[in-house]
Design a protein around this ligand. Structure first.
Ligand SMILES: Nc1ncnc2c1ncn2[C@@H]1O[C@H](COP(=O)(O)OP(=O)(O)OP(=O)(O)O)[C@@H](O)[C@H]1O
Length: 284
């Protein structure tokens, strides 16, 4: 292991019963890394994140830490809406982590400030929005400043504004030196975190080849148009990196990276799609 490597999985295999979900997984997370994990539903992303976090045992292979005190913060894909305020919840989590009472109060205030979340004495998590809940989810993972922050679909279900806030927070966390490992479905969000991407397919982990041209890496496209729903339903299989939703104008809005446009555009037209507008955008 190099000096800066924080955590390494070496030839890790995970079985649930007789079923092998992960095979021969090797990866190193180093200081300052931001690693995105992708893969279809049920491919094993959550399993790998839980293994990295030390929450479930591996079947074979090795999980090596730089030192035994390495702090790993884990955020599950969602947090339950509990009948308590975020402060009460974090106080509870902090006590479990043995943080002295005085320091804990300061840390909880600091975290609310960091995530720009009002520290209310009365608003219970049952009344939180998805964005507020996700911020609380992150706060619990950061109650002690982690060396590695592990995130399971942190943007899932968030609206555009909350996504922007969270992205900003994650960039800040990263700039402060915490390494990040996250399962992120949306390639556009992933690329904004200036990360490297790994895919899990058939239980195996592969690193995504990235075109080193920064011009291409920084570009993405938004296509407003009309496309038959039967074809839309096929898109995740044909173009797993393309996301779509109904845009403000009522048309479908497809977002795709530069690498997909040469194949996606002819396919879109060929399958009867009608383009209303096409805009090239820059990530930064
Ligand atoms: N505790 C468990 N016991 C048995 N099988 C499990 C367990 N946890 C997960 N699995 C199975 O392992 C496979 C991988 O699940 P995992 O949740 O890791 O996938 P994922 O990539 O995170 O999926 P998704 O994107 O849908 O959340 C799935 O087939 C799942 O049913």
């Amino acid at each position: 292991m190099t000096t800066e490597a924080l955590l390494t999985l070496k030839e890790v295999t995970k079985k649930y019963g007789n079923r092998e979900v992960l095979s021969d997984i090797s990866i190193t997370i180093s200081q300052g890394d931001c690693i995105i994990l992708r893969g279809s539903n049920g491919s094993g992303k959550s399993t790998m994140l839980r293994i990295v976090s030390g929450l479930i045992p591996i079947t074979s292979g090795q999980r090596l830490l730089k030192h035994s005190n390495l702090l790993i913060g884990y955020t599950p894909d969602r947090l339950s809406k509990l009948r308590m305020t975020s402060t009460e919840y974090l106080t509870h989590m902090g006590r479990i982590s043995d943080i002295p009472k005085r320091n804990l109060k300061d840390r909880i205030r600091e975290l609310h400030e960091f995530f720009n979340l009002e520290q209310s004495d009365s608003l219970k998590m049952t009344h939180f929005s998805k964005g507020m809940l996700q911020k609380t989810n992150l706060m619990q993972a950061m109650i002690k400043t982690p060396d590695v922050l592990v995130l399971d679909e942190p943007f899932s279900g968030l609206d555009k504004e909350s996504t922007g806030h969270l992205l900003h927070s994650l960039k800040k966390i990263k700039s402060q030196g915490t390494s990040i490992l996250a399962a992120v479905h949306d390639p556009l969000l992933a690329s904004q975190l200036e990360s490297r991407t790994y895919w899990i397919r058939q239980g195996r982990l592969t690193k995504e080849d990235v075109d080193s041209s920064s011009d291409q890496k920084a570009a993405y496209f938004e296509l407003e148009g009309v496309l038959n729903q039967d074809v839309v339903d096929l898109l995740p299989n044909l173009f797993p990196d393309i996301t779509y939703k109904t845009g403000d104008s009522g048309y479908m809005l497809f977002t795709f990276m530069h690498k997909d446009y040469r194949e996606f555009l002819p396919e879109f037209v060929h399958k009867g799609g009608e383009i209303i507008s096409l805009t090239r955008k820059e990530l930064r």
